[in-house]
Design a protein around this ligand. Structure first.
Ligand SMILES: NC(=O)C1=CN([C@@H]2O[C@H](COP(=O)(O)OP(=O)(O)OC[C@H]3O[C@@H](n4cnc5c(N)ncnc54)[C@H](OP(=O)(O)O)[C@@H]3O)[C@@H](O)[C@H]2O)C=CC1
Ligand SMILES: Cc1cn([C@H]2C[C@H](O)[C@@H](COP(=O)(O)OP(=O)(O)O[C@H]3O[C@@H](C)C(=O)[C@@H](O)[C@H]3O)O2)c(=O)[nH]c1=O
Ligand SMILES: [Mg+2]
Length: 308
């Protein structure tokens, strides 16, 4: 199978490259592949001649997006649709990722794919517009809505918490926002499982469309942090105090959904894929990070938005 992965250094992109190592994978990001540029997308398609296109590229800086609306939409909506259309022209199915942040979090129960989105911020709006644009541009698309993505690579909550744990006596983390962490490796597994069917299926097949997939069980950012700190402590990291706070005690530029839990039943019924236990995936992520970190005081991760 020939696969074009848009994005190369991102969390999901790197997990896909690792998971699909037995296939011919071309993973590209700017300057080689810029989703906002027609010629660049056409050139990447010509170079990769893919049987499957996976879009792991996105504008993911939730707070910064509030001040960069045009760029967020150019990448997450128009850019995603441009790539989906190019895949359709080439007869290739398309896999795309979206987010729990398309919801306002007020349902009070896990969201179904049939629930109407109502994003609270620019990032969520750009992703929601992207979902619709992708499905319209290529009917052989899978849109995987996921949440709280972490991995040993890139900027993410796990790496932010490990760095803060090394620097501070106390971490203060919101305990009133509910959701579920998802590890990039588990998303890559899901794509690998779905791929053969997507290559063979016609547009009308139930294989295509919108699906929810996160880790399990549900928790809060505070609950996630407690597990990160506990598992890190068993690997020699110092353990600071952990204080539960409310969202109003941690003001951010963008408003996050208070309860973005996603019901993941549908992907189980259609594709036989069930949520991975994120605590086990976290353990594998920490093992990789510890193996790659020379001393416990070395800061982990680049200074992207998650760095605080
Ligand atoms: N991270 C999360 O918590 C969640 C992510 N998702 C979704 O999952 C998908 C993957 O996310 P994740 O792996 O975390 O993302 P990352 O932010 O780790 O990686 C995104 C990649 O896209 C690249 N990129 C940005 N702009 C363009 C562009 N114009 N053309 C091509 N590439 C570009 C980035 O490059 P550069 O760094 O140089 O800008 C980066 O390598 C996204 O669709 C995201 O919305 C869904 C829920 C949660
Ligand atoms: C760093 C930090 C964050 N927080 C809070 C802020 C926020 O409500 C929550 C998560 O913080 P972050 O900014 O790291 O996460 P955020 O960037 O909002 O993560 C989101 O990214 C996008 C791309 C998605 O699609 C979402 O699914 C989600 O993963 O934790 C604390 O309470 N204490 C802290 O020390
Ligand atoms: Mg962030």
């Amino acid at each position: 199978m020939r696969v074009l992965v848009a994005g190369r250094e991102g969390q999901v992109a790197r997990a896909l490259v690792a998971r699909l190592a037995d296939h011919q994978v071309v993973a590209l990001e700017p300057p080689e592949l810029d989703l906002t540029d027609d010629a660049s997308v056409a050139a990447a398609m010509a170079r990769a001649r893919p049987d499957l296109v996976v879009n792991a590229a996105a504008y993911t800086a939730v707070d910064k997006a509030e001040d960069q609306e045009a760029l967020a939409f150019a990448v997450n909506c128009d850019g995603a649709a441009r790539l989906a259309a190019a895949a359709a022209d080439a007869g290739a199915p398309f896999v795309h990722f979206s987010t729990d942040y398309v919801f306002d979090g007020l349902k009070g129960a896990p969201y179904l794919e049939s629930d109407a989105p109502s994003p609270l911020g620019v990032y969520g709006r750009s992703k929601e517009a992207g979902e619709r644009a992708v499905l319209a541009a290529n009917p052989r698309s899978v849109v995987l809505r996921t949440a709280w993505v972490c991995s040993p690579d890139g900027a993410n909550f796990v790496k932010t918490m490990l760095r803060l744990a090394a620097e501070r006596e106390e971490l203060r983390v919101v305990a009133d926002q509910h959701g579920a962490p998802t590890f990039a490796a588990d998303l890559a597994d899901a794509v690998a499982v779905m791929a053969p069917r997507l290559l063979a299926a016609a547009a009308e097949d139930a294989a295509f469309g919108l699906f929810h997939l996160t880790g399990s069980p549900h928790t809060t950012w505070h609950g996630f942090t407690a597990e990160i700190l506990a598992q890190a402590a068993t690997r020699g990291h110092r353990q600071p105090r952990l204080q539960a706070i409310t969202t109003s005690e941690f003001p951010t530029r963008a408003v996050r959904p208070v309860d973005g839990r996603l019901d993941c039943s549908r992907i189980g019924q259609v594709h036989g894929i069930t949520p991975a236990d994120w605590r086990q995936s976290l353990a594998r992520c920490l093992d990789t990070l510890v193996a790659n970190t020379p001393t416990r005081d070395t800061p982990t991760g680049p200074a992207k938005e998650n760095s605080v």
